[in-house]
Ligand binder design. Structure first.
Ligand code: HPA
Ligand code: ZN
Length: 337
């Protein structure tokens, strides 16, 4: 499938950690601006350090990188750089994660983080025509009490945050640990998503559905181990936000040719393609579409389904979804596209 068809294809990105879009060049610039020493001499040295054997291995480096973000301007620059980059990938809408606890634990106040991000999302709409929604992720290794404290800090922002998510170290931190804070989020009218079945078992995906009542499952790869779960996900048209390059770099799959994305589509699951942490995993959403399409020999119709699923699985209104799907149909109908 030719690359320009994929790059131009209208799409949404639904699984992106803003802190994971922190490119080494910007990290150096912000570290200098904030007069912070980082233990690397060059951008190349940083990139060479990005070899991971597991999710935890990655998270240790990811949290250290995020440590140079201090001011509202830093969060603004991080967010706008991401939007500028995906503008060239046909992205029309994004639903992005941020990890406030990574920052508040270092003494950065919640409002500094949220205000910087929200200002950039607004400017991204006017500069690049990309609409955006923001999702607050709880760090599962910190437990539910800490999540509740963050939830309370976020309360003044509930009109500007579409939902809550759950990320960080999965194994040993099942979704059920966060039942109460997710129930409170639901009662406050927030949408709910959770990372599940990335390294953790299919049982964690069941818990995300039954206990956390999620609207989407982030990753969900291990769902394929359990036929009854596959039926449930298919019956409910549950969106899975799949991240091929992330799965490769974190050794969730050994080879992209063995990635479960094609099987998910063939099983009737509503899979989408996303980048997760593009600065660390070697590619933005367009790259993820391109490499996985190549590795799995996806058909043009599979690729269009993935783009269609990205809008269907979003938290846009039904009318907005229809507008995006119509634009997608127009793009696909152009001869030679
Ligand atoms: N999984 C869990 N936590 C994360 C990830 C991920 O892929 N990326 C950033 N935080
Ligand atoms: Zn993720």
């Amino acid at each position: 499938m030719d690359d320009s068809f994929i790059r131009g294809l209208p799409k949404a990105e639904l699984h992106l950690h803003l802190e994971g879009s922190f490119e080494p060049e910007l990290m150096f610039a912000i570290a200098r601006r904030n007069k912070i020493d980082i233990p690397f001499k060059s951008v190349e040295e940083v990139r060479r350090a990005y070899r991971f054997s597991s999710l935890q291995d990655f998270l240790d480096i990811y949290y250290r990188g995020a440590g140079v973000l201090r001011t509202e301007q830093d969060f603004y620059d991080l967010t706008l750089a991401y939007l500028r980059r995906v503008h060239g990938d046909g992205v029309r809408h994004v639903e992005v994660f941020f990890d406030p606890q990574t920052h508040t634990a270092r003494g950065v106040v919640f409002a500094t983080v949220a205000d910087g991000i929200l200002a950039a999302l607004k400017d991204g709409q006017s500069q690049f025509g990309i609409s955006a929604k923001l999702i607050l992720c709880f760090l599962r290794h910190l437990g539910q009490d800490d999540a509740f404290a963050t939830f309370r800090q976020a309360e003044p922002y509930f009109g500007r945050i579409v939902g809550v998510g759950l990320d960080s170290s999965e194994v040993g931190h099942p979704p059920s640990k966060f039942a109460d804070v997710f129930a409170s989020a639901g009662a406050a009218g927030l949408r709910r998503v959770a990372h599940a079945g990335e390294e953790g078992p299919a049982a964690y995906v069941w818990e995300a559905l039954d206990v956390l009542q999620v609207d989407r499952v982030d990753h969900g790869n291990r769902s394929l181990d359990d036929p009854a779960l596959v039926r449930r996900l298919s019956d409910e048209a549950m969106t899975l936000t799949v991240c091929p390059l992330s799965n490769l770099k974190l050794c969730v799959v050994n080879d992209l040719a063995q990635h479960p994305l094609k099987r998910m589509l063939d099983l009737g699951l509503r899979a989408t393609v996303n980048s997760d942490d593009p600065a660390y995993f070697g590619g933005y959403v367009g790259d993820n579409f391109a490499v996985v399409s190549q590795a799995l020999a996806l058909s043009r119709s599979d690729i269009v389904t993935l783009a269609r699923n990205s809008f269907l699985g979003s938290f846009l209104s039904e009318a907005e979804k229809l507008q995006h799907l119509a634009a997608l149909d127009r793009y696909v109908a152009v001869p030679g596209a």
